[in-house]
Design a protein around this ligand. Structure first.
Ligand code: BGC
Length: 383
């Protein structure tokens, strides 16, 4: 069964507009007036407890950061599990049956990105106390993955109020004035809880910052990194650009001075192909779109080339943290897309993590308990 999640939104027009703005901005043109992110006017001192890091010039990636990025190699997202409003709401749980597909000697991959919606499991005040049951649940999944030798990217996903988006069903609102400080308070707890984990655990500060987060992002990433560094002085931390982690926004990303960083981008180009029929894209994109003609390949390549050149400019490695084609696209075209994607990534030595394991983009059919061979082979079979 395909989990339905009509409540999720990725506004196609908004996405295009944001890309245009990012490109114009990168070219030196734009200044954009941004609405107040949370609808509130947080007191100027609300974030004083979370000062930013010094800005970074001349700091480049450590060997540990380079090794961590390389270890991601060819990975998978455990999507629609722990980042749904409550685990199970989108039809999947982070079950042992999924964990057992990865790592060890027989696993199809050795790298997992674990999206987590912390914000719906934390108190509605500025301290954002994370529910101990939920914290223990996430920790148990992380520990099982780590015990199988997997490299894990643990992130924060879908903090809707911080994005300025409507809440999903089963989410509770928090007062506007605590929306921003909660982001840092949650990172403090997550970082402290996992501070003893092996270096194979990476933190990713936020999935696809966009909307209200866009004007805040460089500052927020810097403050959040400082929070993390208090308990995890050298853990590798993943940071992507705003505009849904589009490579086109990398020129606007300002990184703190820290050698243990890795960059991430998401590449869903050609979007009208990969997201055809997706219920959370508004307006819904027509189905029946094929892949991959010369123009579509050029679009994919453009994002890869930008990611590579920006990665060199920054001096940090980059990986593609999400890509994929939704199940409404014709299967043969999805396979062609995956093969083309993989070839482009591998030609540039870019690690990637497919979105996702067992839901609407899924490589794996959870009802039949087996992989969809054509999709899995396109990514993990011989090239
Ligand atoms: C979002 C998912 C979405 C996927 C593809 C992810 O970043 O978290 O909800 O299905 O992108 O659009």
């Amino acid at each position: 069964m395909t989990p339905q999640h009509p409540e999720r939104h990725r506004s196609w027009t908004g996405f295009c507009l944001a890309i245009v703005v990012a490109l114009v901005g990168a070219a030196g043109g734009s200044s954009r007036a941004h609405a107040n992110p949370t609808g509130a006017t947080p007191a100027a001192h609300a974030l004083d407890a979370y000062p930013p890091m010094p800005a970074g010039a001349g700091v480049v990636a450590s060997p540990a950061a380079r090794a961590a990025a390389a270890a991601l190699s060819r990975g998978i997202n455990f999507g629609n599990m722990l980042e749904s409003p409550r685990e199970g709401d989108w039809g999947l749980r982070a079950d042992d049956a999924f964990v057992e597909l990865v790592g060890g000697t027989a696993g199809f991959t050795q790298a997992v990105r674990l999206p987590v919606r912390w914000s719906n499991h934390a108190s509605a005040d500025a301290q954002a106390h994370i529910d101990p049951v939920f914290m223990a649940r996430v920790e148990s999944v992380v520990n099982k993955l780590l015990a199988r030798g997997v490299t894990v990217v643990l992130n924060m996903h879908h903090y809707r109020q911080l994005e300025g988006n409507p809440l999903d069903p089963n989410e509770k609102a928090v007062p506007a004035e605590v929306v921003q400080p909660r982001f840092f308070a949650m990172w403090k707890q997550i970082a402290e809880r996992f501070s003893g984990a092996p270096p194979r655990l990476l933190f990713e500060l936020y999935n696809e910052p966009h909307g209200a987060m866009e004007p805040l992002w460089n500052d927020f990433a810097s403050r959040a990194l400082r929070v993390v560094r208090a308990s995890n002085p050298t853990r590798v931390v993943v940071i992507g650009p705003h505009t849904w982690n589009s490579a086109s926004a990398l020129p606007k990303l300002v990184l703190p001075a820290d050698p243990n960083l890795v960059l991430t981008v998401h590449n869903y180009e050609p979007f009208t192909f990969t997201h055809q029929g997706a219920e959370w894209v508004n307006p819904r994109l027509p189905v029946g779109v094929d892949c991959c003609d010369a123009a579509q390949l050029a679009k994919m390549r453009e994002m890869f080339d930008l990611a590579v050149s920006e990665s060199r400019r920054f001096g940090y490695p980059v990986f593609v943290g999400e890509f994929g084609a939704y199940e409404k696209a014709p299967l043969a075209a999805r396979v062609r897309y995956l093969r083309a994607f993989r070839q482009m990534a591998e030609e540039r030595a870019l690690p990637w993590m497919y979105w996702e394991l067992a839901s609407g983009f899924g490589l794996y059919d959870p009802a039949a308990r087996r992989f969809r061979p054509a999709l899995k082979d396109a990514l993990f079979g011989p090239r």
